[in-house]
Design a protein around this ligand. Sequence first.
Ligand code: BDR
Ligand code: CA
Length: 327
Amino acid sequence: MEKRKVIIDCDPGIDDSLAIMLALKSKEIEVIGITIVCGNSPVEMGFENAKKVLKQVGRLDVPVFVGESKPIKRDYVNALDTHGEDGLGESFLPEVAGYEQEIGAVDFLASVLKREKVSVIALGPMTNLAALIERDLDAFYNMEELVSMGGAFKSHGNCSPVAEYNYWCDPDAAALVYEKMYQKGKRIHMVGLDVTRKIVLTPTILEYICRLNPETGDFIKKITKFYFDFHWQWEHIIGCVINDPLAVAYFVDRSICGGFDSFVQIETQGISLGQSVVDSMGFYKKEPNARVLTEVDSYRFFELFISRLLDTTPEKLDILQDMIGRV
Ligand code: BDR
Ligand code: CA
């Protein structure tokens, strides 16, 4: 099987870290690089966190590139309130020195996308991609596929009543990316809160992971504890929503999510700042520039997520069904 090449553009970030782990354990894809953008954590912290995750999975051979440190037009607002003061759930894992690259994230994206068939899984604000558009539009258009964790259709937001963090943090970047995709007749796969909110890592599932593989389980426990507390306080749920791994799971297995094609525009001003306006009824009479995901089989997500992270097979996850149940 030919592996599909991907770049993970992210802001680690607790759930970004889980997404990186899933991607590296998925044999259908080859992660040729990780590009960091400011988002959950400032970009230098994101770089350090990516290395900590790579060390945990023994993959420090994957290059990590530092990207944009602030949104293209607005002041930067991090999400350390959600991800902890170290951006990794206050796990305070030991630093991993070195591994700096000679070029930055946007140069890396431009050079690779120009010459190879590569897709991007974007798990943070779209600032690096907007900078790529400014730097080299042809390279941007050469991208094979763009899967973006971001936005919301019918779900409420997580930064305002209507806006999801990745698009809210840099709405101008997200607006530019959607607009450029529209101009070229291409589609973004929008993995928004409508589907990611259904991916709840519960204490029971986490305990199951720990029983099956204490080392990996302990690592996940360390980085998610803060996230569990955050979700209890703000969403009143026992568990934490792990958004970003769903974008990776969807990339490797399209049948996990369902949705529809639509024109989408990102609001850049006013009280709806960062909202992904999904024209599901076709009012604007514009061709679709996005596949908007609305349905997800959370059982199949966890089956894939756990079996891959733990190097086991779905058949061995015999009691998972009791914990989640099929959709
Ligand atoms: C998104 O924002 C971040 O908090 C997560 O990492 C995810 O990418 C969810 O809104
Ligand atoms: Ca993220």
